[in-house]
Design a protein around this ligand. Sequence first.
Ligand code: ADP
Length: 187
Amino acid sequence: MQAVLLGPPGAGKGTQAERLCQAHSLLHLSTGDLLRGAVTAGTDLGVEAKGFMDRGELVPDSLVLALLEERLAKKTSDEGFLLDGFPRNVSQAEALAAKIGDDTIDHVVYLKLDDDQILQRLLKRGRKDDTEEVILNRLSVYRAETEPLVAYYRERGLIRDVDALGTVEEVHKRLLDSITTGGAASC
Ligand code: ADP
């Protein structure tokens, strides 16, 4: 299976991606994690990416694509994967389609959460880039750049809507249902 996990910051993409990858033996590909790894390792790419991340802006596509390509090159050909935090805009989605082929994505799971909940969760999380100002910036970048992907993938019949409100277990179950029943579950 090749799938994408889409949703606003704070929707629980990272947590749910890990659980789903364990349940389905998928490779979890998080561009946020890859970028944080590059920052910690102090690579040139990490140094360049850091300022964008600290401000809650998107890291330029060329850097993210380079990191992702490097990681994809290491995976075995039959290994399924779940993308978490990528694509983040339409041009990344187009680059992904060009790289892995147009029809090779099985599902795009859209984790839905309203703004109040997003803010509450992110303020509680306390990651270094989770200050109120940076969170608000990430949210507006999400609305402008990433949310259009919901329509992009809906047009292609790939979107599965999943309500992100609830316990980790409840959301995990909904997510599993949404990708095993095949139909787009509404919420
Ligand atoms: P969250 O979804 O909670 O915002 P992530 O870990 O996915 O957290 O991303 C953290 C930061 O890393 C983002 O704010 C952004 O700066 C950068 N980033 C992650 N993935 C991408 C991507 N696909 N394109 C551009 N920037 C990205």
